[in-house]
Each structure stands twice: as structure tokens, then as C-alpha cells.
Design a binder for this molecule. Sequence first.
Ligand SMILES: [Zn+2]
Length: 416
Amino acid sequence: MSQPSQSLEAWVPRSLVEIPAGSPLPQVNGDGLTPMTLRWSDGHLHAPEPLPEHASSPKTLIMPRLADPHVHLDKAFSWADHPNRIGTYDGAMAANLREHQTRTHQAVLQRGQRALEQACSSGLRALRSHVDSLGDGAECSWNALLELRDRWQNRIELQLVALLPLDYWSTSEGCQFARWVASVGGLLGGVPVSHSAGPRLRDQLRALIALAEDLGCGIDLHLDESDRDPAAGLVQLLAALQDQSVSIPITCSHLSSVGLLPVPDRQRLGERMAGQGLCVVALPLTNAWLLARQPGVTPTTRPLAPIRCLQRSGVCVAVGCDNVADPWYPAGGFDPITLMAQSLPLAQLAPWQRLGLAPFTTAAAELMGLRWDGLLRKGAPADLMILEASSWSEALMLPTNRSILIAGHSWTTPTR
Ligand SMILES: [Zn+2]
């Protein structure tokens, strides 16, 4: 028997709502918001209906549940025991390695569970987590996160990426591990090793792409997370892809140093990336904390993926939160609205503009290959984030009260 329908009147971002053909054109305010009635039953939305002009102004702002395309659940909340107070990239790596050596199944399970509870309560429906996959803590991290992926599957889609030094994929152990990762539905990832550059890096990337293509699993790289050698990794990736047709999706996470190039160079690279169908995840918070750091100097140069330039070139660009209270970043949280607020001053992405909102919404869903593109339309899941706000400014002020609907049902965080 079908359920009676429920409905809400709310402001909805115009760029995220699909109105049936033939409906009157909705009013859109300066925030890019349109007042709508959203109705749902049996877990799915009915066709959104614009509110009549004389209707009173809604008091809530509705977004679809969102996706974070780049997190690290295995090390989240490990700052307390493994801080990196010096705040450098190398300091973070050293603290991360120490933490990894003492990592246990139980620790990852607890941290991941805490992260997913926070993510779900904040309005996330999907996360892509990279997993430290070399050395002592690898096996327990994967086992714990696979357990969490199953535990949360009806509420959050969890994608897992094997994070390794890139040269590992060229070894026989690497090939064997890649087969296992593919068998559990994971992606292959990696970070260039510091002594690899130029053609050597290109060859490692070529080997990884061939391996992933053979296994049919996607790739997500940590590339050019640096404040020097602008685009050194990206140039090699493009060289590795030259004259190849690749069917697997490839994501470049970070690309921070690309933002240091002169604009025409960024644009040329952006066009080549678009031609290859490469996607990008920009990670403003961790980049702003770690990069361009010099003792006693306030940074005025902020390496960050050139989001707008890449978008203009036709590249799909999403924004992720990256690290949460781990050696790479002491703060953060699995909260997409806070991420939007904190990205405002760093990336100048304004949510009242379609391309300012897309990196947190539709682009993240597209890049992750999610079944639902995140548009509110007839038949879409009634998976909603209901914010107590009637403008973007109110929504981005902290703290923002919200409630979450999953398939039309209210989500309440379980008490511990
Ligand atoms: Zn990362």
C-alpha cells in the first residue's frame, strides 16, 4: 500500500530543481533560490511545484543530500594522538606514518563510525575515502572500512580508494593488490613518490592506467599537492594518456600547484584535461593549512586548483573536505554546509551562482558516478537536507540547524 504524500514549502536552489516542461517559469531571487512545494511519497519526490507569487515566503532552504568526493576515514580524528603541530606537509606525513604503524581494526572502525554518523547527520549521502594501503595498518583499515561500507549501505554510499606510492602499482605485489581492490569494488589511487618526476612518473602512471583499464576500476590520484613545480604531475598524466583511449574514470585530487601557473597555461591544461574527460577534486582547507608554509611568515600565496578556469574549460570540478582532525589538518568535520562556508574565502565559490554550487552538489555526484545526479525532480529520491534558513547567508552562518530525510524518513543520529 502506498504511503500518503508529505510536503514542504521551501526555498530551493534553482540550479538543482527540474521543473516539468510547460510549468510556469518560477520566480528566482538574488540568491538563486526559488520557492517551491516539494511533495513525496514512497521515498520519492513528486514533480516540484513552484509556489504561487502571493504565497508567504518559506522559512526553510532545501538541498538534496550531498556527496563528499574526497575524505580519509581511516585516519579521521587521529590528531589528538598524532598531532602535527609544525603544520608542514612533511610533518603531516611523518605523524601519519607513526599513526599507521599503530593502527588497529577497532580504531579505524570507531573513527569511521563516528565520521559516518557525523556525515549522515550533516546531510551527506555518499563519501569517497582514500585508504592508506601500504604497510602495517593497511589490512585492518580496509577490513574495517569494508565493514562500515556494508553497515551504512542503505544510508551512505561509501567508495574506497587504495592510496599508495604510485610506483607500487608497477610491482607484482601491486598488480595482485589491484586485483583484490577491484574485486571489492574499490578504486586505485596513489601519490607520486618524491624521487619520481618526468618520464619516470609518466611510465608509472601509464602502468597504473593500463592496470585499472584491465580491471575496469576507476582511478583517483593525489596529484600536484604542492606549492612548487606547478603542474609537474598533471603534465605527466596528460603525457601518459596521450594517444590512448581510456574508458575508466580518472580523477585528479588536489592539483593545487596548477593554480600557480599563469592563466593561459592553466587554460591550455584545462582544455587538454577536458579532452581526456579527467575530473578534479579541489581541497581548499587542507591546501590552505599545509601549503606555502614558511616559519614566521603569513602566507599570501595560496596554492589551490584553479576551479573556475577548469570549469570554463569544461572539466567537472568538485570540492571535498579531505582531512578531519588528523595529522594533515587539525580541524574540519564531515559537514557539507560548513565546507561550503569555509570554502567561501578560499575559493570564492558563491552558492547563488550555478558554478559556485555545482562543486558541492551535482559535480560531486557526477564525478563519483552516483546513480542520482542530485537534481530535485519527479522520481528522485526524497533524500533532503532541510536547513533552518531562508537565504544563503543564513544557511552558511554557524551553526546551521537542519534535519535530514532519507527516502522520505527523518534521520536521527543514534545515541551512543
Ligand atoms: Zn587526500
